[in-house]
Design a protein around this ligand. Sequence first.
Ligand code: SF4
Length: 486
Amino acid sequence: MSTGLGVRNPEVPKEQITVNPNTGQKTVRMGDLEFPPRKVWMKTFGCQMNYHDSERILSHLTDLNFTRTDKVDDADMVLFNTCAIRDLSNNKFYSQLGEMKHAKKKKEDLVVGIGGCVAQTEGKELVKKYKHLDFAFGTDVIDQINDMVFRTYSGDNKFTINSWDRSENFSIETKITHGSPQAFVNIIKGCNKYCTYCIVPYTRGKERSRKKAEVIEDVRKLVEYQGIQEVTLLGQNVNSYGHDNGETLSELIMGLEEINGLQLIRYTTSHPYDVSDELIAVHGTSKKLSNHLHLPVQSGSDGVLKRMHREYTIEHYLGLLEKLRKSNPNIVLSTDIIAGFVNETDEEHRMTLDLLDKAQYDFIYSYAYSMRNNTRASKMEDLLTDDIRGERLREIQKYQLGIQAKIREKLVGNQYRILVEGYGNMGGVKKWRGRTNCNRIVHFLPSSDEQDLQWNWVDVKVTSATALSCQGDLLEVHGRRYPTSK
Ligand code: SF4
């Protein structure tokens, strides 16, 4: 039986959906089972790939008469999409899973399921250990969610499906339910890098790319039928895109560039080892490629990079930044830093601070190293204490905030066209916020309280800035479609 992404279990009956023309009531049958309207509460942890997968799962579940609820107490089914990378998300997941034991006492027919990277590696043990957990599913079988829910409601629960996608082609269609003009589009799955601290190759499998023509057609449909104007191309290592079928990321970007109505192309996550000169050139020529690039470096020390098996040197990495800034002088760079990797010396730590000076990142994501079971680094004898890791992390963050504050001072007076993503209460005042092409957040006051600017393109002028965000004045509102003339 073939399993995998984009593939359903042929042995399970398919959904029969009927809508009563008078009442509009939707009835769904699968085999002998009827699926009345139900609510699903979904909690996603971790990376954008997980958020992308959660959108896919929710989109499938609408075919089974499920609607999403933000209130866990209203849910008939609770799903966790887990992350195996960070202690924090892991701890939160286990405590919330524990709470479901009590929720199930109050609601006996509550269904509880887990997906994502923890389910991929520990699903079987967790289903055995937690009596109130009905099923677990891995990262390669998310498109079988309706088959698994059918199985559970048929009374066959306590199972785990975490088989790998062995099909020849990695082929999926992007599914979104959120109604925003932004979409994550998965172009490559898995990772072949095996950085010593990382669990991803064990939870997401080997690299497999979607065909370029399929991705372009997928995005064209998203733009035409779902009003998408901004896409983020997703992969654990997007720079390896196409290595398995003779295509490249730069060709894909230039192919997407032709799609009318698509305004902005972003991609994440990159690995410096696979950044080609061809791609660097596209950063200079493409009209739709974002001016922001996230290029994780992890450490400023060649010794640490070697122990991490990152396969590049700082000299090579800084050379890439120089070429990128030459190709596109407006490029804005960010990165990931791991503080306190196994046996990192004080001198190696200093090299990371030195790198921040040289690289002048616009922002960084920084974490203290936390050991993950089954990674190669977990087998290394580590003499560094978490206290030292914490100290170094705080020093890196403080140091970087100083750099960011100086960079953002220079933005005052600049004008930007931004896509408004939402609003917040800032000091008791309702302010809208949007993201610039180069991925900076600008907060601004609307011209009136009643004004609804959600998903509008607007022009703003930066009036002040801190290390983390900018404040601005609203200059012009262009509406939900990107203005073609201006
Ligand atoms: S490139 Fe390294 S850190 Fe990134 S997903 Fe692959 S193994 Fe993990």
